[in-house]
Write a protein that binds this ligand. Structure first.
Ligand SMILES: Cc1ncc(COP(=O)(O)O)c(C=O)c1O
Length: 374
């Protein structure tokens, strides 16, 4: 089989046309208002509120700062424990640590690869203040069970929803679950503002708090009300966001066709398992993870290298686990005994190239490499 002439990466950003960007930039240049909650910023917050079907939206310069702010806004006791998943991007535990809180890792479910809600209770101590689950790859967590536990033990819940833009469960926006949800608008995400993110939340009492934390605590020229940082999204990011809001549904539809083609090809390949969504969920189409089971002729790492030889750059998301990172590996909850499923799957999951402009013939070739070149 021929090597692809150009590299095929795991993601490709959704880009508005240069003409449309030019139009937006002309408007922004006209106002000479580049940041600090300008017109585009206000428009984008209003549009996202409808799109995500949520009560409140605060947009940020990136998802990590948004998540950092979410934990800060809840005033969790310093040094308290936050139960989270090791099967996620570095930002999740790092935002806990930057708030002077302690991450406690909980194992994951083998099917959805999200936090195993039934194992959360065992990790709760008198020092636990919150749960930070991640809707990983676009698969929603067991939100009902997590909510039940949170209510029983009076814990806050912050969802890392970096991967679930536009996801709904039974018609309900995923950003309405828990106390706060963070969405990332990074370039690799289905919906992007180059860099960016937002928080969604139901409690109107958090609006001012989050506004202050995002803008140095500044309320007006003479009043600084809180110890805030700079989490503001600028007007150029917001303009990209407004344009991409008109485009992401079409991108999603194309991704569904790409995904269907992957399923059609790979369902026939023994030893490859494809985690599937629940039927009551409309998802973001963020990533396309496959699980390379022990019965497959080669390991995940070997398959990753084979694909690379053909110029296909799949990603070992999430390897290593966050619990294997230097700052966390000595934590009691990072032990392999506590995280058997995550430790097994960290060596088996591979995210395949997945974006709307990926040709179906290219999908066929990638699948052929997987099926035949081992
Ligand atoms: C699960 C998860 N959480 C948090 C983030 C951080 O978001 P951002 O890159 O927008 O800061 C990401 C990444 O991109 C992510 O994948």
């Amino acid at each position: 089989m021929e090597r692809f002439p150009n590299p095929i990466y795991v993601a490709s950003p959704l880009l508005p046309s240069l003409d449309d960007i030019q139009g937006e930039l002309t408007e922004i240049w006209g106002t000479k208002w580049l940041t600090n909650m300008g017109v585009k910023h206000r428009q984008l917050e209003a549009c996202l509120k409808n799109e995500l079907k949520v009560q409140n939206v605060s947009i940020f310069n990136n998802g990590a700062i948004a998540l950092l702010t979410a934990l800060k806004a809840l005033d969790l006791p310093i040094g308290s424990e936050v139960i989270t998943t090791p099967f996620t991007f570095a930002a999740t535990p790092h935002c806990i640590s930057w708030n002077n809180l302690k991450p406690v890792f909980c194992d994951i479910e083998p099917d959805t690869l999200t936090i195993d809600a039934h194992r959360i209770k065992n990790l709760i101590t008198p020092n636990t203040s919150a749960i930070l689950p991640v809707h990983v790859y676009g698969f929603p967590c067991n939100v009902d069970e997590i909510q039940k536990i949170a209510e029983e033990y009076s814990l806050k819940v912050v969802f890392d929803g970096a991967h679930v833009f536009s996801t709904e469960i039974d018609g309900r926006g995923i950003g309405t679950f828990g106390d706060i949800t963070m969405f990332s608008f990074h370039a690799t995400k289905l919906y992007n503002t180059a860099e960016g993110g937002c928080l969604t939340y139901g409690d109107d009492g958090l609006v001012d708090k989050i506004y202050n934390l995002r803008n140095f605590g500044i309320r007006n020229e003479e009043k600084v009300a809180d110890i805030g940082i700079n989490g503001k999204m600028n007007e150029i990011q917001a303009a990209i966001g407004l344009l991409n809001l008109k485009l992401f549904r079409e991108e999603q539809t194309k991704r569904m066709a790409v995904r269907a083609r992957y399923y059609e090809n790979l369902d026939r390949v023994a030893g490859i398992r494809i985690p599937r969504l629940r039927t009551d969920v409309t998802d973001s189409c963020q990533y396309l993870p496959i699980v390379i089971e022990n019965s497959f002729p080669v390991t995940r790492n070997a398959l990753y290298n084979i694909l690379k030889k053909y110029n296909v750059f799949a990603r070992k998301y999430f390897y290593p686990l966050c619990s294997d990172y230097e700052p966390y590996k000595a934590l009691p909850s990072s032990s392999r005994e506590n995280l058997p499923v995550a430790n097994d799957l960290k060596n088996k999951v591979l995210c395949l190239p997945f974006y709307g402009s990926l040709e179906l013939q290219e999908v066929d070739i990638i699948c052929k490499i997987i099926a035949e070149n081992v």
